[in-house]
Design a protein around this ligand. Structure first.
Ligand SMILES: [Cu+2]
Length: 141
């Protein structure tokens, strides 16, 4: 008799807990940005120049510098330090990538080859988003 009442009480409690639980919960944190390997803008290194010298990307896109036709070593180095490849360009086919984020939107990044900016104006720019200002003279087309 007594045992039956206890079971009945426990069953009732179980129903209440079930009814109240299982609602929503905390929403997950923002998912990581999708990786999109097709979303790459390529800048070639030809002789002592970046080609094209000036590129425009959208946040989330990647710039990939590729050494195509040159016989010395180069870098791609942002003036503000946002990226610096170091001397990774030693032979044709060597590459370096930097991905621009939503935090870069509206900014224009100017960069240069640390070995050849002085002699050869080996420099360029990346504009991120539609509102990014044009680069300074010498960094654009
Ligand atoms: Cu260089």
């Amino acid at each position: 008799m007594r045992r039956t009442r206890l079971l009945s009480w426990a069953f009732g409690l179980g129903l209440i807990v079930t009814a109240c639980g299982g609602g929503g919960g905390n929403s997950p944190t923002a998912p990581p940005p999708p990786t999109n390997n097709g979303n790459v803008v390529e800048v070639d290194i030809v002789d002592y120049a970046f080609q094209p010298k000036q590129v425009k990307v959208q946040p989330g896109q990647t710039v990939r510098w590729v050494m195509k036709a040159s016989d010395t070593t180069h870098t791609t180095s942002a003036l503000d330090g946002t990226w610096n490849s170091g001397m990774v360009f030693k032979r044709n086919g060597d590459s370096y990538e930097h991905t621009f984020t939503s935090a870069d939107n509206g900014k224009t990044f100017e960069y240069r080859c640390l070995s050849h900016y002085a002699c050869c104006m080996m420099q360029g720019s990346v504009q991120v988003g539609d509102s990014a200002p044009p680069p300074d003279v010498g960094y654009g087309n």
